[in-house]
Write a protein that binds this ligand. Sequence first.
Ligand SMILES: NC(=O)c1ccc[n+]([C@@H]2O[C@H](COP(=O)([O-])OP(=O)(O)OC[C@H]3O[C@@H](n4cnc5c(N)ncnc54)[C@H](OP(=O)(O)O)[C@@H]3O)[C@@H](O)[C@H]2O)c1
Length: 275
Amino acid sequence: MKNVCVITGGGSGMGLEAAKFMSKDKIIVLAGRTVAKLEKAVNELKELGYEAYAHACDTSDRSSVKALAEFAASLGEIKNVINSAGLSPAMAGQEKILRVNALGTVYINQEFSKLMKEGSVIVDVSSNSAYILPGFIINKKIYALAETDEELFVKKLIKKSSMPKSEYQRNGFAYSLSKNFVVWYAKKCAFEYGKKGIRVCSLSPGLIATDMGNLEAGEGGMLIGFSAEERMGKPEELGYALATVADERNGYLAGVDVLCDGGSTNGMKEFKKKK
Ligand SMILES: NC(=O)c1ccc[n+]([C@@H]2O[C@H](COP(=O)([O-])OP(=O)(O)OC[C@H]3O[C@@H](n4cnc5c(N)ncnc54)[C@H](OP(=O)(O)O)[C@@H]3O)[C@@H](O)[C@H]2O)c1
């Protein structure tokens, strides 16, 4: 039986770049909402010598995620899941961002972990914006609702992110909350699924020159000046980082967030300390 690697948001950006660092003896499944984009990405992988498949999936819909997991399991043993699907503040409103980035992560982790075996791994993509929230905004009791009362979870996080005056800032707040949730949830899953031998981590990129990163570079670019090299990250750098964290050989990396942001979060902290 062949091993399968599933990448949501794999039709573009860092998800697609991660696929290119996977071993060629694995079957790659790229998932996302836009079939034409997925098929183009699959053709690119096939030209590089991969066996790859496109599968339409909206990660904010549990039944769609379940169908993706079942499709992947029908091809072989699911070894790696990289959950890179996401929407940014310029792409969607607060509710949509929360449903895709936060609840989408719950659906991916829950539905895939049912079919995954010992020695497999889930990497959930967060963001360094998870680290910029003031502590009083973060409420773990609200986060726990994601597994018990999804509608209340979304309602409460919309309320929390509704303080700013501009729509973009409200979306930005919802984005940071959704990604802070991803870090919390990946850690929670690591300790639950660890008993089955499934490793879970999150990875938080800084501003990366993908379609999304370029779209957000204006408002979201303020952290670049704090990074060690004062530049955006390259999609292939993040692809490599994701593929490495998702590699079975990295078997002792679990229950942590890998902050891959060129040092910008720490650079900002140091700057604030000096002020
Ligand atoms: N680029 C950055 O600066 C940056 C920084 C920090 C974190 N991130 C995170 O990194 C991840 C990858 O982003 P990227 O930079 O590679 O941008 P990207 O190229 O826009 O990739 C995001 C992918 O997610 C897919 N997607 C969006 N909504 C979806 C849904 N409901 N179901 C399934 N797929 C969905 C998109 O395809 P469809 O629209 O066709 O579905 C797209 O291919 C995201 O989670 C993002 O939040 C990015």
